[in-house]
Design a protein around this ligand. Structure first.
Ligand SMILES: [Zn+2]
Length: 237
C-alpha cells in the first residue's frame, strides 16, 4: 500500500514547573520537597544528598568535593553546578523535578536559567518557581530549641511535640537526653540570619519575573503541600 494517511498532529507545548523550595531551618523544607516530589511524580533533588552520594560512591567529583571540605573551604559554585547539571540531565528529570538546596547564590540561579533556556525546545520547557516557606522566627525557635536527643540510640524527642514518657530520658533506653549545639537558641538565631542573607539574592533574582510563591509554613504538613500544589496549578506559565 502506498501513501499512508498522514495525520497531522499538533503536539501541545509541555511546560513543567520546577519548584525551588526555600525555607529556614525548622520550616519543614525537606518534608515538603519529598511530598511534592511524590505528588508530582518527579525526582526530589537535594544538593546536600547529591554531595554525600558522590562522596560515598567515591566519584571523581566526590573526591574533589571531599578535598575541598577537608581543607575547610566551601564547595565552589562550579562543582555544585557540575554535579547538579549531570543529575538534572538524566531522563527522569525531563518532566521536571523538585529542587532542594539550590540555587544558593545569584550566580547559581543564572547558570540554572541559562541551562533551562538552552534545553528548551518548541515543545518542551521547564520553568522555575520559587516556593518560599514562611514561618515566624518565634515559631522556628520553639520548634528547634525543644529538640532533645538520646546519646545512646540517637532518638529525637521534643519537649512539646513528641515528649518522652519520663521527662529528660529516652523512651527506649532511659539515657539522659541532651540538646545538640545546633539546637541552642544562639546557634539557631545565627542560622536564621544566615538563611535570610542567603535567600535575599535568590528572591531578588526570581522576584522580577514574579516567580515567587509565598506559602505560610506554620500549618499542618498536608495543608502546606496542598496549598503549594494548588498555587502551582494557578501560576501563569
Ligand atoms: Zn535512647
Amino acid at each position: 500500500m502506498q501513501g499512508t494517511n498522514e495525520v497531522l498532529r499538533v503536539e501541545p507545548m509541555m511546560q513543567h514547573i520546577v519548584p525551588i523550595v526555600l525555607g529556614p531551618p525548622g520550616a519543614g523544607k525537606g518534608t515538603q520537597c519529598k511530598r511534592l516530589s511524590e505528588a508530582l511524580q518527579v525526582p526530589h533533588i537535594s544538593t546536600g544528598d547529591l554531595l554525600r552520594e558522590h562522596i560515598r560512591k567515591g566519584t571523581s567529583l566526590g573526591a574533589k568535593v571531599k578535598r575541598t571540605i577537608e581543607r575547610g573551604n566551601l564547595v565552589p559554585d562550579s562543582l555544585i553546578w557540575e554535579m547538579l547539571q549531570e543529575r538534572i540531565g538524566r531522563s527522569d528529570c525531563r518532566q521536571g523535578f523538585v529542587l532542594d538546596g539550590f540555587p544558593r547564590t545569584a550566580s547559581q540561579a543564572e547558570r540554572f536559567d541559562a541551562y533551562l533556556a538552552q534545553h528548551k525546545s518548541a515543545r518542551h520547557s521547564l520553568l522555575p518557581l520559587v516556593v518560599r516557606l514562611a514561618v515566624d522566627n518565634s515559631v522556628l525557635l520553639r520548634r528547634l530549641t525543644g529538640r532533645r536527643v538520646c546519646p545512646k540510640c540517637a532518638s529525637v524527642f521534643h519537649i512539646e511535640f513528641g515528649a518522652p514518657q519520663v521527662p529528660g530520658h529516652c523512651d527506649h533506653d532511659g539515657a539522659e537526653l541532651f540538646i545538640r549545639d545546633d539546637d541552642r537558641e544562639a546557634t539557631i538565631r545565627e542560622r536564621l540570619r544566615v538563611y535570610e542573607r542567603e535567600i535575599s539574592p535568590i528572591l531578588q533574582h526570581y522576584g522580577n519575573d514574579g516567580r515567587i510563591l509565598e506559602i505560610a509554613g506554620d500549618r499542618p504538613v498536608e495543608q502546606v503541600t496542598e496549598e503549594i500544589l494548588e498555587a502551582m496549578g494557578h501560576v501563569a506559565v
